[in-house]
Design a protein around this ligand. Structure first.
Ligand code: ADE
Length: 271
């Protein structure tokens, strides 16, 4: 896959392209990533790329002719995306769709604004969230990163299969050694070697986490009959958890030690 990034600040990409998974993916020819300086497409002898806003006002506006020339000179039937906080909010499903394309072009907007006519030259507009950055460079790195890790041979497929959002749910909690740290133990089931139980535990915790943190995702997720059974169990457990929690705070409001025992108490009551 090819990813071309049109930017006024190509140097910002040096570190990003020369470290970790992205570097390895480039070295293995899984992806070709090019940061292209839009300034090279200015006809102005001082390489100006922006001008004052028509109608007056503060700041400078990125000119449409420069961007149009930069796109035309580098376009190879690429899917063209403009980075802007006014675009559609980026998510994992969009990453999966973009990862199937042969070539994409990411056009970085300008912190003070760009000429409205630039919108005519792109296939879509993407935002990475409801906040405003100084330019589209960081958003284009985020999009490039999330797409690259999905490409064949970039990382092992198992490494992203369980990712948050891949199946519409948040990822289950992960642990590694030490088995016990600051009084907190890795759940026994993960040390049992029983893969059926481990998978059940992970699915259940993934559901629990999504219900608690992102109930909006649960509504859209494709849930199986087994998932619905797990959700019933979670509801029952959470009811107990809530009762134990209220009991501890009501009777022992100062005793934080007991709060550490809360999970064990709940397990005792349930099982
Ligand atoms: N440029 C500035 N802010 C942005 C955002 N949130 N998403 C995409 N591009 C941007």
């Amino acid at each position: 896959m090819k990813i071309k990034i049109l930017t006024l600040f190509p140097n910002m990409f040096e570190g990003f392209l020369s470290e970790s998974i992205i570097k390895r993916a480039i070295d293995k020819n899984v992806v070709q990533i090019e940061a292209i300086d839009m300034r090279n497409y200015s006809l102005d002898k001082h390489h100006h790329v922006d001008d004052t806003p028509c109608g007056g006002g503060a700041g400078m506006v990125l000119a449409c002719d420069v961007v149009d020339r930069a796109i035309k000179a580098n376009d190879n039937n690429s899917y063209k995306i403009l980075m802007t906080p006014q675009g559609k909010t980026y998510n994992q499903q969009i990453a999966l769709d973009l990862a199937k394309k042969d070539e994409i072009m990411l056009i970085c907007g300008h912190y003070e604004g760009f000429d409205e006519r630039i919108r005519d030259y792109v296939d879509c507009e993407l935002s990475i969230g409801d906040y405003v950055l100084t330019g589209g460079e960081l958003p284009s790195m985020i999009i490039t990163d999330s797409i690259t890790r999905l490409l064949d041979n970039a990382i092992k497929e198992e490494s992203y299969e369980g990712d948050s959002f891949m199946d519409g749910l948040l990822e289950y909690p992960q642990y590694t050694r030490p088995i016990e740290y600051n009084g907190k133990k890795v759940p026994d089931v993960l040390l049992s070697g029983n893969h059926k139980l481990i998978n059940r535990f992970r699915r259940k915790e993934s559901l629990r986490r999504t219900i608690k943190r992102r109930p909006d995702l649960i509504e859209k997720a494709n849930l199986s009959k087994e998932d619905l059974k797990l959700i019933k169990e979670i509801e029952e457990e959470e009811k107990w958890e809530h009762l134990v929690y209220c009991f501890i705070y009501h009777h022992f409001p100062q005793n934080m030690e007991l709060v550490l025992w809360e999970r064990k108490l709940i397990n005792l009551l349930i099982f």
